[in-house]
Write a protein that binds this ligand. Structure first.
Ligand SMILES: Nc1ncnc2c1ncn2[C@@H]1O[C@H](COP(=O)(O)OP(=O)(O)O)[C@@H](O)[C@H]1O
Ligand SMILES: [Mg+2]
Length: 258
């Protein structure tokens, strides 16, 4: 880490965000050591996606600080934050549908490396090209190695999410943000996604994953934070937090989805 007095890769202190009448985030604090996997859970509307939007610079917090890798991120634009090493997988896949899988991943690699000239550089892609080869390798890693030349728009929904993960990995992030990576997936696809995320964890990439499915949380995360109505109501190891009465109450007595 560079120029930091904190041992955390990400150090969020007292972040608040108001949307007209609604306090979406209220004094949120979150500290994440390098190499760890941290889950964020909470009922719909708790502020989970808003928090990720603040981290990636799509939304500016009203109050608080966000230090990443020793630098303050507040006020930075999303493309500067991506360059500093945060990537985000959205709740709905964000890909170029008319381009091939290989082109989608190669653009992400070039965008990180060369900035805004990525689209021009794609014209030079081909077998044996270093960026193409790396893109093909990443696609193989996420289980899409047999489809590299296919158009992204023809992929099934689960595969689109895998492609978006490949696009994020191509940016070589230090911190990967995943917003409900298994939402809408069958149990089979959920298990495949968990295995894939575990493989990425073995590489030591720090991750924040928003997730409703407690099987997924327990399989992936060492620590978790529970948000409700914009506030952190509990945090700690998943096994300790799950039975916390405040957490159970926030889920209307039902507890998080098993
Ligand atoms: N850009 C926005 N403008 C106004 N309200 C928003 C905006 N984004 C989110 N909200 C509101 O903020 C609250 C938290 O939303 P969100 O962060 O998406 O929750 P979660 O991801 O936990 O379901 C919700 O009530 C939502 O309607
Ligand atoms: Mg959300």
């Amino acid at each position: 880490m560079t120029q930091t007095d904190s041992n955390f890769l990400l150090d969020v202190q007292g972040v608040s965000k108001r949307f007209s009448g609604l306090q979406a985030l209220n004094n949120v604090t979150l500290q994440i050591p390098e190499g760890s996997v941290h889950a964020i859970i909470g009922p719909n509307g708790a502020g989970k996606s808003t928090l990720l939007n603040v981290l990636i610079g799509l939304i500016e917090a009203d109050e608080g600080t966000v230090r990443f890798d020793g630098r303050e991120l507040r006020g930075m634009k999303p493309h500067d934050i991506i360059q500093r090493g945060i990537a985000r997988v959205f709740q709905t896949p964000q890909i170029f549908p008319a381009l091939s899988l290989l082109e989608n991943v190669a653009i992400a690699r070039l965008a990180k490396r060369d900035g805004k000239f990525a689209i021009k550089c794609v014209e030079n892609l081909g077998p044996g090209n270093e960026v193409s080869d790396e893109a093909a390798e990443i696609l193989t890693e996420v289980g899409l190695g047999d489809h590299v030349y296919e158009s992204a728009q023809n992929l099934a929904r689960g595969d689109k999410r895998r492609l978006e993960l490949a696009v994020c990995l191509a940016a070589h992030p230090k911190l990967l943000l995943l917003d409900e990576p298994t939402a809408g997936m069958s149990r089979h696809d959920t298990n495949r996604t968990v295995e894939l995320l575990q493989r990425i964890s073995e590489r030591g990439m720090t991750k924040i994953v928003i997730e409703h499915d407690m099987h997924v949380v327990f399989s992936l995360a060492e620590q978790m934070t529970v948000l409700a109505q914009g506030q952190v109501i509990a945090s700690g190891a998943p096994a300790d937090v799950k039975g916390d009465p405040k957490v159970i109450e926030a889920y209307l007595g039902g507890g998080p989805k098993e």
